[in-house]
Design a protein around this ligand. Sequence first.
Ligand code: NAD
Length: 513
Amino acid sequence: KNFGIKDSLASLGLKKSNAGTSTGTRWLRSTGAAIESFSPVDGKLIGTVASTDERAYEQALSTAHEAFKAWRTWPAPKRGEVVRQIGEALRQYKEPLGKLVSYEMGKSLQEGLGEVQEMIDICDFAVGLSRQLHGLTMHSERPNHRMYEQWHPIGIVGIISAFNFPVAVWSWNSMLAWVCGDVCVWKPSEKTPLCGVACQQIVAEVFEKNGVPEGVSVLVNGNYNVGQQLAKDERVPLVSATGSTRMGRAVARTVSERFGRALLELGGNNAIIVTENANLDLAIRGALFGAVGTAGQRCTTTRRLIIQDSVYEQVKERLVKAYAQLSIGNPLDPAYHVGPLIDKQAVKSYSDALKKIKGEGGTFVVPGGVLKGAAYDESGCYVKPAIAEVDPSFEIVQQETFAPILYLIRYTTLEEAIDIQNGVKQGLSSAIMTTNLHDMERFLSHEGSDCGIANVNIGTSGAEIGGAFGGEKETGGGRESGSDAWRVYMRRQTNTINFGSTLPLAQGIKFDI
Ligand code: NAD
């Protein structure tokens, strides 16, 4: 069965061989190496995309630079109207785009459609925002003076995105940036380049209808070299980069060297604390989806389960039973819960992690392994979700292994549990499962979780676009999506106006001649 993939690719305008550089409706010629996109679902070549070469990059960036001069003069609500229409187009393309996400990245079709829904939601959010880019007014210490602050567009926003959310992360950035008056240059992951081409074509249709200048949405393609080109480029005041901590460190260094602004959304090592009085039905459900959803390849995947002594055995037993029910296979087929990892390199990291766990003294309660057999061999990327009992001090437990491996850790007091939860370098998402008000409030207090996201009685993954998304420490400190995350896409200006006829100086300074 091909689950309608051919039709989906055709309706998104994808071909076997695609140009990889675009300024909107125009696609630029490039002699850069072809990036081959193989589906982790069945190992087949979906299509190729040309990497952006020097000449195409220069042409694309100078078009974006010119476009900004025009786009910033459009009233924000008019820019919002264009984004509203992108939301409508995404509703129309939800099915084929969701399928492409599932087929190119390997997440379940439900999750692929969910990712497109997130894009639609952020469009709606951005439309409302386009009438609310509020500043503040302040009282001046000087008579007949007024002070206020306003927010201006910042310029070109570079977006570097990861493979695991191949379309949503771009939309979280670009929809907000566009209503803010910025123009965007997107470099998608080289593992999911066709998702980038498809999004660019959807946006280009809407932009053309509305007379939006060429260069407001730019697509470039390539590996980390093109990412570094964006990070170095002084024409790009803001670089929003989503991916591994290693990538974030390299991007942050390059961007800060030239005093640019970096918005970093990096790796997580997320934990759920299960207290002695937790509702275990919720705890098991939350941990299960958090650990195996997207085959453990979400930045918010539950990697550690920190369980109170008195319920430890019970939680372990129930999880082992739940894992036995998991079916692993083609993510486009609703019969399966878990799809493949992104590629063979990811399978190797998973297998290496299993070895390390054993080497450091961990015990497997659900053993992992690479799946073999007719349904799996074409791709070679299907693995078994595993559960291991570990000590939090293991080196491997401190790292983010981007695969479905769940660690069980025992604790006695809540203080100890919070110390374990915070005792890693990453600080993205966290949760507590409890019915005890004191434990809940302690976990959410200044002495509690040190993460950007802290949940009660829901798991670590599945954030809504209304909140600010991101994390602390090695997760990079950036915030995207809802709340006031829009501010990073603008520059703040403080204005003081004198409506009197004298010139009093601040701080009471006298300068009489
Ligand atoms: P990755 O770091 O390998 O690649 C991410 C992107 O960065 C790609 O587009 C890649 O080409 C580019 N890149 C890599 N090295 C670069 C460099 N030195 N300079 C400039 N660009 C560079 O990550 P991945 O394997 O695609 O994604 C998985 C990682 O992303 C995980 O660590 C996951 O936790 C993280 N992630 C974080 C969030 C978040 O919001 N915090 C969301 C999704 C994924």
